[in-house]
Design a protein around this ligand. Sequence first.
Ligand code: MRU
Length: 346
Amino acid sequence: MNKNKYTLNYQPIEWRDHKVRFLDQTLLPHEETYIETADYMEIATAIKELKVRGAPLIGVAGAYGMALGARQIYARSRAEMLRKLHDIASILKITRPTARNLFWAIERMEKVAKAGKSIEGIIIDLENEAVTIHREEAEATYRLSEYGAGLLPNSATILTHCNTGPLAATGLGTALGVIIYAHRQGKSIKVYADETRPLLQGARLTTWELQKAGIPVTLITDSMAGHFLHQGNIDYVIVGADRIALNGDTANKIGTYSLAVLAKENNVPFYVAAPSSTFDANIKSGEEIIVEIRNAHEVTEIGGVSIVPYGITAVSPAFDVTPAKYITAFITEKGIIKPPFGDLTA
Ligand code: MRU
C-alpha cells in the first residue's frame, strides 16, 4: 500500500515553526481541539494528563519537549546548557514511567545535544533530531503494519485493546496500523474493540479512528472478551505494547494479560505489534518493568462523575505485564520476530 493512499484528516502531533501542535485526546471523540505551545512544561503536563498518549506518540512528544526546552534555556556556556537540558530531560521522563519509547527518545535527544558544538548548534540539532524521530517512528508503523497485514487471511475478525492507531503512534499506528493496512489491501476485516476501562481509550479513541478509516467495529466491554473468544467469534487478538523485555514479557494497557490468557485457552493467536523503540534491551524480563499507578479517581469516576459510594478506595495500575509464553509473535518494522531479542535499536 502506498502510504499516501491513507491520508488522515487529523494529526496527533506536529512541529510547526518552533512550536508543537497536538490534538487533546482527553476531549475525543466529541471535541477535536488542537493545542499549540512553545513550552516544554506544557508538553510534560500533556503527557501526564494523557492529552498526548500511546507509547510511540509520547516518545515523539518527549523529543519535541526537549527541542522546545532547549530554546527556553538561558545559558552562558555549552556546559550550563547541557546541565539545564538534563534537568528538562528528567522532568519529561518522570511524566510516565512505563512506556520505553519516552526514555528511548529522550536518551537519543540527549546524545545529540552532547555532540553539539555550540548553544545555537545544539538548539538546531535538537529540532532536527525531534523531527527525524517523528518521521522515523511514522515510517516504522507503515512497515510493521505491512508485515502484520501479511499474517492475515482475506477475511478476519480481530479483537484489539486500548488505542493503538495513528493517535497513539503517529503514522498508521501499531496494532490498529496492521488492521488499517489489511483493510486498505482489500481484506474483509472486522474489529471487536474493548472499551478499555478505566479511561476508555477503546471506546473513545479506537472506535473514532476505525470509523474514520471506514472499518466495521463492534464495541464490547472488557468483561465480554472471554465470552466472544469462547464463542469462536474472534480469529486474532492484536494489541500494542508499552515496553518489551529481552525475553518477550510485554507491558501493555491494563487488561492485556487477561486477554492473552483467554486467547491461549481458546487457541486464538495473540500478536503484539510495536516499533523497535518499544523494546528495552536493558531489562531481561517483565519483572523489571515499572507499572505506572495512576490516580484512583480514574476508577471511581467515569468522565469526572463519581460512580461509587463516598469513601470507597480503588487502585489504578495503568498497565499489566503479559508473560512471553502467551504471545504468538511480535510484529515489528524489522519483521515478525520471537524472543529472545537483542538490542533492536542498535
Ligand atoms: O495509557 P495510554 O493510553 O498511553 O496507554 C496506551 C497503550 O497501552 C497502548 O496499547 C500502547 O501504548 C501501545 S500503542 C501504540
